[in-house]
Ligand binder design. Structure first.
Ligand code: C2E
Ligand code: CA
Ligand code: CA
Length: 699
């Protein structure tokens, strides 16, 4: 039940914090009703309800409410049928009275007065009949109720004066008719005006104010008794309608409260609880509405998706509370871009969406998105330290970039993926080039799905040189696919396609089996290094299949290295850690591939049981520059400290070889040492090297 929080702060002044209707004590209720103070306002959540001014009280008395809630409209709707009946009843009663007195009273009384009062009743009746409460505004409804109270007073004065004047004509039957007319009309008034008690009081006061003294003064016991009876009945009636009106107010308010709760629930269902931004559901609802309206009026709009660049490592290194703090801050920063043209929502995880309805050129919208990325590049304080979440975005324009919600979203996501791959920290706009690339990727996916993997796939091997002894101690197995329709497809592309269409596990196992089958033919001093997809380590069934494949091949697991990237660890560090432990328990070595290109988080390197780190070839290409050289030196130092082997990838020139060797890198891989080659070519190459070495030894 609702709790009243009302204080009486003066004779007729009330103050309260109101989120619910307040129920005054019975006495207060009557006082408030009669004084016209009763009314309530919706709680704005902050301020206390202020005492009502005298003019407000007066207006409230006429309209029975404060004008800032929906109740006036409901009152109108409830009153409408009752008032129409009331006017019909008054007209019939008045006509009957005029008729019985027609021969006795002067014409101005039996015809003149009714010809003024009755058209007034009919006109008001028509006004009420034409009223459409649903289409009436709050203010209009309040005005209408006030007008009704005034008209009630005027008509009450008119009819009671008319009736009492007619009382002077005719015999006892005619006088009795007058009494009946006044009594039943006022009772009908009280009933029919039950949803506007002020008007009912006013009518009762006016009529009884004249009726009671008039008949008490007549001295005739019958009339005195009738007057007292009528007075008693009206008092009871008034009590009943006050009670029923208060119940009506209560009911109305509980309905309002229910409605408010429904709305609140709806709002919560559309809000992300952490960032308080609209959520994914709201975003897509908005997108669908926008698509519907834009397809009618050919309006352009843009959809952008943003994804934090370093959320996962922050979450992993600093914990979930810190992660939440970063998301909250990101939400706060993104909210500053929201306005009537821009909707910002949290789509899930560290992904946010933006709908931009503002007309503008692609460059302008792109600039806005880049501004978002820049804003998320500002450090977020976390206790004593601070982190930079960073952010990349993908943008698509309607209608050029797509026409359905799914199409637009997928393309923005595609553009986002490109930002992540090659333009981290900025936004990529979906273009025709991307469209072509998607088509090509789909062709690869469908070719892959119908490919005979066993016959179309093969593994080539690239030698890795141990510079300490100038011998090949390891070869990296690299997948090669020749498709009858597409021809040679690069591994970068088909591995990604296999990951997208869920075929990567099958492909990894096919390739590993082939690589192991070839590797058993290698000299025992040469090991095999094999690449795993980032999806493999987080799939326990794949890990089990890997272990089984190694067992079945007969290849010594201690000669096998599995290369994985940081992306694999990012997917699910805990699971990846478990998989690594199982593989290492068999004697398999683990190498972190492409080091330096991803997050290069020291946290991962420390917490993982690694054996090797491979320096990405992009740093070798830049080894002449200070940055390239420093990165290589730093990674080499790290490996030295952690006692890890380090392999420099992409060594193409003698200068690069000399440079990495001078910084202490023992293992090198690259075109200078040897390109990836078939097993036959590799075995030949190894033979040649062995011969050269033995010749050198003999010499
Ligand atoms: P990665 O693991 O970094 O492999 C090294 C890539 O660098 C190979 O490209 C290799 O041909 C190339 N490379 C080696 N030395 C040099 C050099 O001196 N200069 C230049 N410019 N490039 C050099 P490839 O064979 O095209 O493979 C590309 C990527 O595809 C691999 O990068 C790896 O991520 C993926 N990949 C290849 N085979 C497999 C596989 O069997 N399984 C999985 N999951 N991924 C594979
Ligand atoms: Ca590799
Ligand atoms: Ca690599």
């Amino acid at each position: 039940m609702f709790l009243p929080q009302i204080r009486n702060i003066g004779t007729d002044r009330f103050i309260g914090t109101l989120s619910k209707p307040y129920l005054l004590t019975r006495l207060q209720r009557y006082r408030a009703l009669i004084a016209g103070v009763y009314g309530y306002r919706e709680w704005d959540g902050t301020s206390q309800m202020k005492p009502l001014s005298t003019s407000q009280k007066f207006l409230l008395g006429l309209g029975m409410q404060s004008g800032d809630n929906q109740i006036a409209i409901r009152q109108l709707a409830e009153l409408q049928p009752q008032i129409l009946s009331l006017y019909a009843l008054i007209v019939v009663n008045a006509c009957a009275l005029a008729f019985t007195h027609y021969a006795l009273a002067p014409a101005w009384l039996t015809l003149g007065v009714p010809s003024v009062l009755l058209p007034l009743c009919v006109a008001r009746g028509i006004q009420w009949w034409r009223l459409r409460p649903d289409e009436t505004s709050q203010a209009e409804a309040v005005r209408h109720l006030r007008r009704t109270s005034i008209v009630t007073v005027l008509l009450s004065i008119g009819f009671v004066s008319w009736g009492l004047t007619l009382d002077g004509y005719g015999g006892p039957y005619h006088q009795a008719h007058v009494v009946v007319f006044i009594a039943i009309t006022v009772i009908a008034c009280i009933f029919c005006l039950s949803y506007l008690p002020t008007a009912a009081f006013l009518a009762t006061t006016v009529v009884m104010g004249a009726f009671i003294p008039y008949y008490l003064a007549s001295g005739k016991p019958v009339f005195v008794a009738i007057a007292l009876n009528v007075l008693f009945v009206t008092i009871v009636m008034v009590r009943i309608i006050v009670k029923s009106f208060l119940s009506f107010l209560e009911l109305f308010d509980s309905q309002t409260e229910t409605q408010r709760l429904v709305e609140e629930n709806k709002r919560l269902a559309m809000t992300d609880s952490l960032t308080k931004l609209p959520n994914r559901r709201y975003f897509f609802q908005n997108l669908n509405c926008l698509l519907e309206s834009s397809s009618n009026d050919h309006r352009e709009f843009a959809l952008a998706i943003f994804d934090l660049d370093r959320f996962k490592p922050i979450n992993d290194s600093y914990g979930h509370t810190a992660g939440d703090r970063v998301l909250e801050e990101a939400g706060r920063r993104l909210r500053s871009f929201a306005n009537e043209d821009v909707t910002v929502a949290r789509l899930g995880g560290d992904e946010f969406g933006m709908l931009i309805r503002r007309p503008g050129t692609a460059t302008e919208i792109l600039a806005l998105c880049d501004e978002v990325c820049e804003k998320l590049h500002i450090p977020v304080p976390l206790g004593d330290t601070q982190v930079i979440p960073g952010c990349s975005g993908g943008l698509v324009l309607y209608p050029t970039g797509g026409r359905t919600a799914d199409e637009l979203f997928d393309r923005a996501d595609y553009a986002l993926y490109h930002s992540k791959e090659s333009r981290r920290g900025s936004t990529t706009i979906f273009s025709q080039e991307h469209e072509d690339a998607i088509r090509a990727e789909r062709a690869i996916e469908s070719a892959l799905q119908s490919a005979d993997l066993a016959s179309e796939m093969e593994v080539h091997f690239q030698p890795i040189l141990d510079t300490a002894f100038n011998t090949i101690t390891l070869v990296e197995g690299l997948a090669r696919w020749t498709n009858p329709t597409l021809g040679r497809v690069s591994p970068d592309r088909f591995i990604a396609a296999a990951e997208r269409c869920g075929m990567i596990h099958t492909l990894t196992i096919v390739l590993l089996r082939k690589a192991l089958a070839d590797a058993v033919r290698l000299p025992p001093t040469v090991g095999l290094s094999f690449n795993l997809s980032s999806h493999d380590l987080v799939s326990p069934s794949t890990v089990i299949s890997i272990i089984a494949a190694v067992h079945q091949s007969g290849f010594d697991p201690r000669r096998l290295t599995l290369e994985l990237t940081e992306t694999a660890l990012m997917r699910d560090f805990e699971v990846a850690q478990g998989s690594i432990a199982s593989l290492r328990a068999m004697g398999i070595k683990i190498a972190l591939d492409d080091f330096g290109t991803g997050y290069s988080s020291l946290g991962y390197v420390h917490r993982l049981q690694l054996d090797k780190i491979k320096i990405d070839r992009s740093f070798l290409a830049n080894i002449d520059s200070d940055v390239g050289r420093n990165v290589v030196i730093t990674i080499l130092d790290l490996c030295l400290n952690l006692k890890l082997d380090c392999i420099a990838e992409g060594v193409e020139t003698k200068e690069q070889l000399l440079a990495v060797r001078s910084h202490g890198c023992r293992y090198v891989q690259g075109y200078l040492i040897g390109k990836p080659m078939s097993l036959g070519a590799l075995l030949h190459e190894l033979d040649v090297r062995a011969t050269v070495r033995s010749d050198q030894l003999v010499a």
